[in-house]
Design a protein around this ligand. Structure first.
Ligand SMILES: Cc1cc2nc3c(=O)[nH]c(=O)nc-3n(C[C@H](O)[C@H](O)[C@H](O)COP(=O)(O)O)c2cc1C
Length: 429
């Protein structure tokens, strides 16, 4: 077997993330292609950008198609994600992308899509620690540089998240990214950042938090509440492409950029131009890609959803840009939800400090330090169980659901979880 000869000679033992900024653009299937990665990198403030997953099957590898994924955005490091269960193929794929110049090789252990889970890949690997260990060790042996793993909080319960993360760490992974929903949650509810805090306490490798960090100020808040070393942003960057540079401005005590309608319209124009120019092979599909972004950008317009609804009905790029020019370009910043630290946010951000209401008048604050979460010895702690609805939402792709914007999450117990009052991060009024 090709992977048994170790290539790596000395462990890196990362204690911090080695990039200029502690932020990552998440892997986003169908969206985080080279053009989008480059455009986000150009806006500044992002530490590293990630490719969507490259599916590694059980048949002989097609090296060219794997290596072709290694496309850097100028000036920003690149993480290339692979997903699969075949030990040798995963090791070979990891070697190929590392040799082709990926700054980080990442393994997908979180994809919830039924088509992926049925094959035992993505989040299904969280249920199989022995396979997980073998795949990770095989990949580790072939990656001389940085190797990371992106996990969810579990498959259908979160009580073994520490064991999973320890398996990951023991295999020599350099840092871990955690999106603290379980597979059965898909994108339901609000990300419970306490899981990130737990991993931060129990691991020696750096931990990157991910999930529902909708505003730039949430980046600092997630780090403060969980102690995580870095923050990964996915949908929030589709919604607000300036979020990384805003987070950097806040971290440096500067006034963050406040996008108005002209800026948002300008971004949409740039997207249309660049996508059309860079992806001639997708000529017909460009409108679909632009509309996918518009579903997120449209959420920032404070008009009850009218712009989003109307613009998604249009048939051509020209019609979309004309409509945006009339309806978005004239808007002031107050008409948009793009501030770094909004007074009236439209999205529900995650928290490690959840206010839990028991439906009988009881209220308490969950979160803070995470010790108590493990004290239930294997079973989900009561304070987390309130969000375990057990409902599995079928989704055809990882990308197919949007964040719930409901004000509260009804759990099967009748209990309700709402985020704690927003904490204003440094730099916000
Ligand atoms: C459109 C879309 C595509 C995604 N594709 C991937 C993927 O290829 N690999 C992966 O690990 N996660 C993928 N995810 C999950 C995100 O990387 C991220 O973990 C999740 O959206 C939660 O973070 P957020 O709240 O910042 O969006 C995808 C999510 C979306 C919405």
């Amino acid at each position: 077997m090709s992977f048994v000869v170790p290539v790596r000679t000395a462990p890196l033992r990362l204690t911090e993330l080695p990039w200029q900024h502690p932020t990552m653009l998440a892997p986003l299937e169908g969206v985080s292609h080279p053009t989008f990665r480059a455009m986000i990198a150009e806006l500044g403030g992002v530490g590293i950008v990630c490719t969507e997953f490259v599916r590694i099957g059980t048949a002989a590898l097609a090296p060219r198609s794997i290596v072709d994924q290694v496309v850097h955005a100028p000036g920003v490091p690149l993480s290339v994600q692979v997903m699969g269960t075949h030990i040798e193929n995963m090791a070979d794929a990891a070697r190929l992308v590392a040799e082709a110049g990926a700054d980080v090789v990442d393994i997908n252990l979180g994809c919830p899509a039924p088509r992926v889970v049925r094959k035992g890949a993505g989040s299904a690997m969280l249920k199989d620690p022995a396979l997980l260990h073998d795949v990770l060790c095989a990949m580790r042996s072939q990656v001389p540089g940085i190797f990371s793993a992106k996990i969810r909080a579990g498959f259908d319960d979160r009580s073994s998240v520490v064991d999973i993360a320890r398996t990951v760490e023991a295999a020599g992974v350099d840092f871990i990214i955690v999106h603290p929903r379980r597979r059965v949650d898909f994108y339901e509810g609000v990300a419970d950042w306490r899981t990130i805090a737990i991993l931060r306490e129990h691991l020696r490798i750096p931990v990157v938090g991910n999930g529902d960090c909708w505003y730039a100020a949430d980046v600092a808040r997630m780090r403060a509440e969980t102690g995580c070393h870095g923050v990964m942003l996915g949908r929030p960057a589709l919604r607000n492409p300036w979020i990384f540079q805003q987070a950097q401005a806040l971290a440096e005590g500067r006034q963050p950029f406040r996008p108005d309608g002209a800026a948002l319209h300008g971004w949409l124009e740039a997207v249309c131009q660049r996508y059309t120019h860079d992806m001639p092979e997708h000529r017909r599909g460009i409108i679909g890609k632009v509309k996918e972004l518009l579903t997120w950008l449209g959420r920032t317009v404070r008009d009850g959803g009218t712009f989003r609804r109307e613009v998604l009905r249009l048939a051509t790029i020209d019609e979309i840009l004309a409509y945006s020019d009339t309806h978005v370009a004239p808007l002031g910043a107050d008409a948009l939800d793009l501030d770094a630290c909004p007074e009236e946010p439209l999205e529900r951000s995650g928290s490690a400090n959840l206010v839990v209401e028991d439906g009988a008048g009881g209220r308490w604050l969950g979160g803070g330090r995470a010790d108590s979460l493990e004290s239930s010895a294997g079973s989900p702690p009561a304070s987390l169980a309130v969000r375990d609805t057990g409902a599995s939402t079928e989704a055809s792709t990882e990308a197919s659901t949007e964040a719930s914007t409901d004000a509260t999450t009804e759990a099967s117990t009748g209990e309700v979880v709402t985020p704690a009052p927003r904490v204003h991060a440094r730099g916000c009024a």
